[in-house]
Design a protein around this ligand. Structure first.
Ligand SMILES: Nc1ncnc2c1ncn2[C@@H]1O[C@H](COP(=O)(O)OP(=O)(O)OP(=O)(O)O)[C@@H](O)[C@H]1O
Ligand SMILES: [Mg+2]
Length: 417
């Protein structure tokens, strides 16, 4: 044990230290004569046990023990006093000392008290180490909030929503990744005005096993502060990205960000199903028209087969102010579900998309940008809802396909619907 002896009288201190000499389990002894040096040495040397006289000065032994116990994790203290009053024993325990010994104290008794205190200190410290290790490992496996933007109908505004959501969340100071899983025709990078040199294709061709640091080398940083893993540059490359590849990308990317937003193609296919399964929330982007609502119904039916929890699926009604004789409330009634957010139609949307700009950032005062900000608020900021993370293997893709996800199985390039 590492011992700190804090006793005011030099004579008594020297006698105590002499008495402890030659004990194999006492590794080192530091001697101090006042309370200030005691606190300073305790913080610096981090002893296992402190042996302290109650008549220390300027602060007495009780106060000094209280002070040190609060500052030095896992330390144990033993007080010594000449003629202690009964109340002193209570006080010793109250300030966090292990024991109060009456001077003169027998060597055997003193050693036993110090050893017991050292034992307690070891116990406290290993618990602290375990807690610290758990905190570190939890940080290493930190899992992002995972949001997949999907619809089975093309052109509903998935890419518009995904890109602006990524930017809006990044604005809150969160670390955000945007993954373009529209592997054949993904245009998120174009919508963001980025010219990627490397894509998900290059990543999975080059590596089967990689960590976040390597994955990030294949991402492009958007000036708004989020990172993008772009879709392949050429449609034929999409075929060579296997389901297992997508699984690894999803596994790794979620460890490094607060949010991962995934853009998708307008159909179900195994690689998309995998992302839908993995997601905490699926944003179903729909338009205010009959075909869109029909598509939504089919999606709900398919996802019903996957037994996803209700709160996982959120309807985003895009172009919700279109004058097509259909009201949002009618759609809600028809589907028996609430629309989570609405976005207006605006000529500013294609304008921004075509010039590679984010509407939310370049035209923040337009109606549709304010609606986008509301959508961002569903997930980011101080009052965002908690994330329900389905862990039951009886839901999702496994259930739909009637088997476990197969990490080694490839996937065709096109959808099953
Ligand atoms: N609220 C809106 N107001 C006006 N135009 C919009 C709106 N939302 C999307 N658009 C336009 O609709 C077109 C399709 O949008 P977007 O590319 O985001 O859809 P998508 O669902 O990703 O399409 P795809 O299925 O082809 O990937 C774009 O030209 C976009 O500018
Ligand atoms: Mg798109």
């Amino acid at each position: 044990m590492k011992l700190l002896v804090a006793i005011a009288s030099e004579q008594v201190r020297a006698a105590v230290v002499r008495g402890l000499q030659g004990q194999p389990d006492i590794e080192s002894v530091i001697e101090v004569g006042d309370s200030e040096a005691a606190v300073q040495q305790a913080e610096q040397a981090v002893p296992d046990v402190i042996l302290m006289g109650v008549d220390l000065k300027p602060a007495d032994g009780f106060e000094t023990v209280r002070n040190i116990v609060a500052r030095v994790p896992g330390v144990s203290a033993v007080l010594v006093a000449v003629n202690p009053a009964p109340a002193d024993f209570r006080r010793a325990l109250q300030v966090g000392a292990r024991d109060l010994l009456e001077v003169p104290v027998e060597k055997k008794e003193l050693l036993a008290a110090l050893r017991q205190a050292a034992e307690v200190s070891r116990g406290k410290r290993s618990t602290l180490q375990e807690v610290a290790a758990q905190l570190v490992s939890r940080q290493e496996t930190k899992i992002a909030k995972r949001i997949v933007v999907f619809s089975t109908k093309g052109g509903t505004g998935k890419t518009f929503v995904a890109t602006n959501l990524a930017a809006g969340l990044a604005q809150t100071g969160a670390r955000v990744a945007l993954l373009d899983l529209d592997l054949q025709f993904g245009d998120a990078a174009i919508a963001l005005g980025l010219v990627p040199e490397r894509t998900i294709y290059d990543l999975v061709q080059a590596y089967t096993d990689y960590d976040l640091t390597l994955l990030e080398e294949f991402m492009v940083k958007h000036p708004a502060g989020f990172s993008v893993l772009p879709a392949p540059l050429y449609p034929d490359e999409a075929e060579r990205i296997m389901t297992s590849d997508v699984q690894v990308v999803l596994d790794v990317i979620q460890t490094g960000f607060d949010y991962v937003i995934v853009d998708t193609p307008p159909f179900f296919e195994e690689r998309v199903l995998m992302a839908l399964d993995w997601a905490d929330h699926v944003l179903l982007v729909a338009g205010l028209d009959i075909p869109s609502v029909k598509h939504l119904k089919t999606v709900f039916r398919t996802m019903g087969l996957m037994a996803y929890p209700e709160e996982k699926l959120l309807i985003i009604m895009n172009r919700a102010d279109s004058k097509v004789g259909l009201e949002v409330s009618e759609v809600e009634k028809h589907l028996g579900r609430r629309v989570a957010a609405t976005l207006s139609s605006s000529v500013e949307v294609p304008r921004a998309l075509n010039s590679g700009e984010l509407l939310l950032l370049v035209k923040p005062n337009t109606k549709v940008a304010r609606e986008l900000a509301q959508l961002v608020k569903l997930f980011g900021g101080p009052d965002h809802p908690g994330t329900e993370r389905p862990t039951d293997s009886g839901t999702g893709l496994a259930r739909l396909l009637g088997r476990k996800n197969d990490r080694n199985e490839g996937s065709g390039s096109n959808g099953s619907q």
